[in-house]
Design a protein around this ligand. Structure first.
Ligand code: 13P
Length: 250
């Protein structure tokens, strides 16, 4: 009953011209997708990508947003700027932002609140590092990251947030969580949502898996009952590969 959502996270790849070309190549390949299809692109590509997706089912997203409406934050972008540039979705709290740019659970929460208030659809990333999994902290950690990030939202707002469970050790490494590992941890996130917001809300939230998801492993992951989609890095940069992930059910 939850509609699957497959999103590409292009990270720091593709100039505006390359971005438009990738979307043009992708369009015919995903024209009968049964899931929601999103491409989260560098902010400078938004304009070109918004124009290129016209007449298709592809939705457009950004990869980060600042929490202030405006002001002296050199190099940052507000929710309104992203919306006006064509973004409908925004990724928040990606592990690369946490790892390389000092993002914390508290700033992730501020960004989530600002994005939701402005009308952006949030893809919230959570996930444990290798040493945290090995030490047995995965469940506690993803619960903590999720609940802090959503603090201040009401149930209706929480229902619209997409959560991406991305084990850090599986990102860009070719290592994927097993289907069962991904399903189990996503189940832990859903139970945490149920305890805080009630089962009705928890059952509406779409939770993706992310981390080396590709045309080969997508079917097994998507067959798991808790997994509602994917956040795709490397495999979203080639139209054919991404379309195969999107068309996992064909
Ligand atoms: P890869 O698919 O390249 O492992 O990246 C996953 C990711 O970080 C998506 O946000």
């Amino acid at each position: 009953m939850r509609k699957p959502i497959i999103a590409g996270n292009w990270k720091m790849n593709k100039t505006p011209d390359e971005a438009a070309a990738l979307v043009e190549a992708l369009k015919p390949l995903v024209s009968d997708a049964a899931c929601d299809v999103v491409v989260c692109v560098p902010a400078v590509d938004l304009h070109a990508v918004k124009a290129a997706v016209k007449g298709s089912k592809i939705h457009v997203g950004a990869q980060n947003v600042h929490f202030a409406e405006k002001g002296a934050y050199t190099g940052e972008l507000s929710a309104d700027m992203l919306l006006q540039s064509g973004a409908e979705y925004v990724i928040i709290g990606h592990s690369e932002r946490r790892q390389y740019f000092g993002e914390t659970d508290a700033t992730v929460n501020q960004r989530v609140k600002a994005a939701v208030a402005a009308g952006l659809k949030v893809i919230l990333c959570v996930g444990e590092k290798k040493e945290e999994r090995e030490a047995g902290y995965t469940d506690a950690l993803v619960e903590y990251q999720t609940l802090i990030a959503l603090t201040g939202l009401d149930k209706k707002e929480v229902e619209k947030v997409v959560i991406a469970y991305e084990p850090v050790w599986a990102i860009g490494t070719g290592l994927t969580a097993t289907d069962e590992q991904a399903n189990e941890t996503i189940g832990v996130i859903r139970q945490a949502l149920a305890r805080k917001y009630g089962k009705g809300t928890a059952n509406k939230v779409r939770i993706q898996y992310g981390g080396s998801m590709n045309p080969k492993n997508v079917k097994g992951l998507m067959a798991q009952p808790e997994i509602d989609g994917g956040l795709i890095g490397g495999a979203s940069l080639k139209a054919e590969d991404f379309s195969k992930v999107v068309n996992f059910d064909k």
